[in-house]
Design a protein around this ligand. Structure first.
Ligand SMILES: NC(=O)c1ccc[n+]([C@@H]2O[C@H](COP(=O)([O-])OP(=O)(O)OC[C@H]3O[C@@H](n4cnc5c(N)ncnc54)[C@H](O)[C@@H]3O)[C@@H](O)[C@H]2O)c1
Length: 258
């Protein structure tokens, strides 16, 4: 990780889903660059992660508005306000053709990958508008154009829409709203599972493999990205270096535009 010295000095940042993966990598970089950071996650492994970073942990389930409101209130109290919110919670749960999804599974994907960000934006914006500034970076996905995770694709399309429209509605209040759209990203084995069922049959394994093949094939660079490549783009958008960028979704997917 190449660090920009003090790029976030004096900044108060909240990262959701920061217990592992991309969120944890973002928290690492923000701390290394001088921010005071609250790591929010519903898994209590986030306490360990925050302790390592000498930062704060808030345990919350962001799939409800109550959870998001409580988390953002607690974070604002710990930090004395919030300058940067990275809405990173999300992730596809099921990988199969659309017609194999049950109604309950479809709802679960939308709740995980769209509602968490919608609730967190709703909870964070009053504080940001009151202070007259703030940056929200949403983590979308290049899977807005992808196979075998259509409800997740739809959820991330929603993230792109709320990013553009919130940017329009809150620009005058001094708030930037932006997003990255990661492609497939290599990470260590997950300590906290997304709840993806085990693939017991050859048919299920083939459905899963097909989404990986599609992801690599759609990328011009023909590879997965790294956690650090994702964190770098998120932190750039969160920083003052991106002060003239709002409403944009930046694909970070080796040339896959989603
Ligand atoms: N990993 C990839 O290949 C990839 C590709 C494209 C987009 N993305 C997006 O990047 C983001 C991070 O992905 P990742 O693979 O690093 O995630 P991950 O699944 O490894 O980790 C997600 C974290 O969020 C937490 N979490 C999940 N639901 C929560 C909830 N309701 N409330 C609070 N915390 C919750 C989990 O406990 C976990 O610590 C997601 O939005 C995902 O859609 C990831």
């Amino acid at each position: 990780m190449s660090v920009h010295i003090d790029r976030f000095a004096g900044k108060r940042a909240v990262v959701t889903g920061a217990g592992q993966g991309i969120g944890l990598a973002v928290a690492h970089r923000l701390v290394a660059e001088g921010a005071d950071v609250v790591l929010v996650d519903r898994a209590d492994t986030v306490r360990e992660a925050a302790a390592e970073l000498k930062s704060h942990a808030v345990l919350a389930d962001l799939e409800t508005y109550d959870g998001a409101r409580t988390a953002l209130t607690e974070a604002a109290q710990l930090l004395g306000g919030v300058d940067v919110l990275v809405n990173n919670v999300g992730g596809a749960i099921n990988f199969k053709p659309f017609t194999e999804f049950t109604a309950t599974e479809i709802q679960a994907e939308i709740t995980r990958s769209l509602m968490t960000t919608l609730w967190s934006c709703r909870a964070a914006l009053p504080g940001m508008t009151a202070q007259g500034h703030g940056v929200i970076v949403n983590v979308s996905s290049a899977a807005t154009r992808g196979i075998h995770r259509i409800p997740y694709s739809a959820a991330k399309g929603g993230i792109n829409a709320l990013t553009a429209s919130l940017a329009l509605e809150y620009a005058e209040a001094g708030i930037r709203v932006v997003a990255t759209a990661p492609g497939g990203t290599d990470a260590p084995p997950r300590r906290v599972s997304r709840g993806t069922p085990s693939h017991d049959t050859e048919r299920e394994r083939a459905w899963f493999r097909a989404h990986i093949d599609q992801t690599v094939a759609s990328s011009l660079l023909k590879r997965y990205g790294t956690l650090d490549e994702q964190a770098a783009a998120i932190c750039f958008l969160a920083s003052e270096e991106a002060s003239y960028i709002t409403g944009s979704v930046l694909p970070v997917a080796g040339g896959d535009l989603g």
